[in-house]
Design a protein. Structure first.
Length: 416
């Protein structure tokens, strides 16, 4: 009977209303004039149900998912909804609206998108798992609170949800999934629970309105580009007790301060700290409004990353006497063509010729030499700089205080 229901614009018409069970008792559909929901029993579970999909009309975009389904045979038996399936709401409405992007990204002239017109959703406290892209493209959804019962959220769950402003995660979540709210340009707030241990790749990629990021003490893994291109962020904050990451001067680094994890893109002049040997993912790419880039002497290999979308760069400084290793193909350039043409490249005076003949660095039209002798003093001659364990600079250390002491490119934990 369920297979024979007529769907018009995603909403069933000419059919019985309310909860309609299939003949085998393995599936149930909720039917109304404005909304249909399809539920199926989970394999191997007694009464647990999964919400497969929800289709609704533009007249009803405020959705409340039931916690339980009534039994067709026994009023004393209920069926808990424990899971929301992949793409359950992502195809809610096919919209003719052209997608608006804060950046000048080159999309095809006729590019249109399937947009879910969901405006609000209430999730019951029975939900344990939420599938990949369950609410992706929900451009009219402003906030969402995940139930405390949820322990697993799928990848790209709220991807490209342009109207989203606030997300509340449950304390039970250990992993923020890959692409969680990526491209949600109006998201202002998403506090991470203290129990989070992993932040997936591109989890908050290009969330342009976020102004505060706090990394809890238990986070031990941050995926590539989890926080790339946050154009409103001035500083990262890391819990002082975190053993894997720190944020000296508001820049997100690994604890050894050898890998740059993310840069706060509200700062348009990028200066990578001396001692950094690696840039994670494309941590410095997608900076359409960045104006300068300064790479330290310690950074000698950038073959894993690019700066091809940093199209406003006017100045690039590279302090390594040897041109840093980099990879460039016809389809994946290191810098944008307008940067090669218009930006000035500043390199050590004695290395100008090497940069000019390099297959990538040599593409810059203007390559200048600069003396770095003043900066290249021995570590013993450099002044020690102290940081707290959460990466904040300490100008007046107290005797006995445990700190990170940095001299030149070297850093160590010391008692002052």
């Amino acid at each position: 009977m369920l297979m024979a229901l007529l769907l018009l614009g995603g909403v069933a018409t000419g059919a019985a209303k309310g909860y309609v069970w299939g003949k085998t008792g393995e599936s149930c559909m909720y039917i109304s004039d404005e909304m249909n929901m399809q539920f199926d029993k989970l394999s191997g579970q007694s009464n647990d149900m999964v919400l497969r999909w929800c289709r609704f009309s533009t007249a009803n975009t405020d959705i409340e998912i039931p916690a339980y389904l009534p039994s067709p045979d026994d009023v004393m038996v209920v069926y808990p909804i424990v899971e929301i399936d992949r793409n359950a709401f992502a195809d809610g409405i096919t919209s003719g609206k052209k997608h608006e992007d804060i950046y000048k990204t080159d999309y095809p002239a006729d590019a249109y998108y399937v947009i879910c017109e969901l405006t609000s959703i209430s999730l019951p406290e029975t939900i344990v798992r939420i599938g990949d892209m369950a609410f992706a493209g929900a451009h009219s959804l402003k906030e969402i609170t995940f139930p405390s019962s949820a322990t697993e959220i799928g990848e790209e769950c709220l991807y490209w949800s342009g109207g989203l402003e606030q997300v509340v995660l449950p304390a039970s979540i250990k992993t923020v999934p890959n692409g969680f709210v990526a491209m949600s340009r109006n998201l202002k707030e998403c506090e991470l629970p203290a129990g989070v241990e992993k932040i997936g790749a591109q989890a908050f990629f290009r969330c342009n309105s976020m102004t505060k990021i706090h990394i809890p003490a238990g986070v031990r893994e941050i995926g590539d580009d989890a926080y790339t291109a946050l154009v409103s962020l001035e500083n990262f904050e890391v819990d002082p007790a975190n053993e894997w990451y720190c944020a000296p001067d508001g820049i997100l680094l690994d604890k050894e301060m050898k890998t740059l994890i993310a840069w706060p893109f509200a700062r348009k002049d990028v200066k990578v700290p001396e001692g950094v040997e690696r840039i994670a993912g494309e941590a410095l790419n997608w900076g359409f409004e960045l104006t300068s880039l300064d790479l330290p002497e310690s950074l000698t290999d950038i073959s894993n990353t690019t700066f091809r979308y940093d199209t406003s760069l006017k100045s690039v400084t590279v302090k390594s006497t040897q041109p840093p290793a980099c990879a460039e193909t016809n389809d994946d350039c290191m810098f944008a063509e307008e940067v090669y043409a218009n930006a000035e490249l500043w390199v050590p005076e004695e290395s100008v010729d090497e940069y000019r003949v390099h297959p990538v660095w040599g593409k810059f039209n203007c390559i200048n030499g600069v003396s770095v002798g003043v900066e290249k003093v021995s570590a013993a001659e450099e002044e020690a700089v102290y940081y707290s364990l959460d990466g904040q600079k300490v100008d007046n250390p107290a005797r006995g205080q445990i700190l990170i002491r940095r001299i030149g490119g070297a850093a160590e934990k010391v008692r002052y």
